[in-house]
Design a protein around this ligand. Structure first.
Ligand SMILES: [Zn+2]
Length: 442
């Protein structure tokens, strides 16, 4: 649900007469002679295109390469753990720790997590720290980055241990060696709901400070906008992302009572007021259109495909290499790297589908924001800000868009923001309904 993970840019637009409401008000006053000449209209698409400098192109080129290399490297690490017998060793150590399945799973998973973290450390360091510093996008110190990484790994081990998810999954695999993937798929929805519910309450605060939006005037404007969208406005937070990054963004996450709209403080610093309000309109679109629900539904549907295909691959590969690796079957703890590798491959292959679903929802939120605010110019400028601050590619190659873009590229979004005006053509709104009953009652 991030607003601007992708990039954007191109094409013109302001030709229809930018900032119409302000200009209309000015021209109504008579002092036309004394008025300074109006600045020429901006060509926001051209600005986006021209703003994608060779430096930004280099940055995005490396990021695309990393998104290809990351999964391949992950699979190679899994194969390394299997072919060297390390995974079987971890299993033996875990078994030596006791006869209780729960303890064995926790010990194995801890050893596995530490090993994977060590092997993937260089790539993670480059992608999350070095690259971002190289292009002036990060403010984080190396110590802070390392601390965040350790917190993340510890959190996953603790969660898997305290909520014995992995143990439960392993029991299912062990007892249902044929149909385990069906059961795990069925278990995905409640886990995804719980994770979505708890993320803003438990996980996010580990890494950042969240406070209710401080700016009282902006807060009131957002409340007013939210009232028009039928949303209680008290759930708007700002987060101190400026301690880590120079990028800008906003998002909706959480579920039910934990659902909230979060603005990065960098967004508050860099965007103009009307641009921020448009961004809020986009996030309110996710809220009102229940995109979190839709996302969860797709996760559940996708789980059957991903687990089913991964199980098929894992069984095939184990039949060929299981003995060589010292792995007895999918119910053997030592098979975990194989399952992870299979999930990685199938997940990567499924990205075009999940990204298409995500891009559709993002587009719907853009439509919603335009219908709610009717501020086409602010919308287009907000997208331009995303492109420029985040060094995004406004118009990526088609294959990059299909494989990696969860949002429409920013040139598409700018062009759409500039042209979409059904209210001028006497057509009804597609998504925004004025004075609807609040969709969230609290
Ligand atoms: Zn969005």
């Amino acid at each position: 649900m991030l607003l601007g993970a992708g990039a954007c840019a191109t094409a013109h637009a302001q030709d229809t007469g930018a900032a119409p409401t302000n200009l209309a008000a000015d021209s109504a006053s008579v002092g036309a002679l004394a008025a300074p000449p109006a600045p020429p209209p901006r060509d926001l698409l051209a600005e986006a295109r021209d703003g994608f400098t060779p430096e930004n192109r280099a940055y995005q080129g490396i990021r695309v390469w990393l998104r290809l290399v990351g999964p391949v490297y992950g699979v190679l690490v899994s194969l390394l753990l299997l072919f060297t017998g390390l995974s079987a060793r971890f299993r033996d150590i875990a078994h030596a720790m006791g006869s209780r399945g729960y303890v064995r799973v926790l010990v194995y998973f801890t050893l596995y997590s530490v090993a994977v973290a060590l092997f993937t450390l260089p790539l993670a360091w480059y992608e999350e720290f070095a690259l971002e510093h190289q292009f002036g996008l990060s403010n984080q110190t190396l110590a802070d980055w390392a601390f965040d990484s350790i917190k993340g790994i510890t959190f996953s081990v603790v969660v898997m241990g305290v909520v014995p998810l992995l143990w439960l999954a392993w029991r299912v695999i062990e007892r249902r060696p044929r149909s385990w993937w069906l059961w795990l798929s069925l278990g995905t929805l409640p886990i995804a709901v719980a994770a979505t519910l708890l993320q803003p309450l438990v996980f996010d605060p580990l890494f950042n400070r969240f406070t209710p939006l401080q700016d009282a005037a902006l807060r009131q404007q957002i409340l007013d906008l939210g009232a028009r969208a039928g949303i209680p406005g008290r759930d708007v937070y700002e987060v101190d992302m400026s301690t880590k990054t120079n990028k800008v963004n906003a998002y909706v996450n959480g579920f039910g009572a934990s659902q909230r709209i979060v603005l990065w403080d960098t967004t508050l610093e860099r965007l103009q007021r009307d641009e921020i309000l448009f961004v809020m309109g986009h996030e309110m679109g996710h809220y009102v259109l229940r995109h979190i629900w839709t996302g969860l539904l797709w996760v559940t549907v996708g789980a059957f495909a991903v687990f089913g295909l991964s199980a098929w691959i894992a069984h095939l590969v184990l039949a060929r290499f299981g003995a060589q690796w010292g792995v007895q079957g999918v119910g053997d703890l030592a098979a975990l790297p194989l399952l992870v590798a299979a999930l990685t491959v199938v997940g990567f292959a499924g990205q075009p589908v999940s990204n298409a679903v995500s891009r559709q929802m993002e587009h719907e939120s853009d439509v919603y924001a335009l219908e709610l605010t009717r501020d086409n110019d602010a919308g287009a400028r907000a997208f331009l800000q995303l492109a420029q601050n985040n060094r995004s590619d406004p118009a990526p190659a088609p294959w990059v868009r299909v494989l990696f873009y969860t949002h429409p590229p920013l040139a598409e979004r700018i062009a759409f923001a500039l042209e979409y005006r059904p209210w001028d053509e006497g057509r009804p709104n597609q998504l925004y309904r004025a004075r609807v009953e609040p969709t969230l009652t609290r």
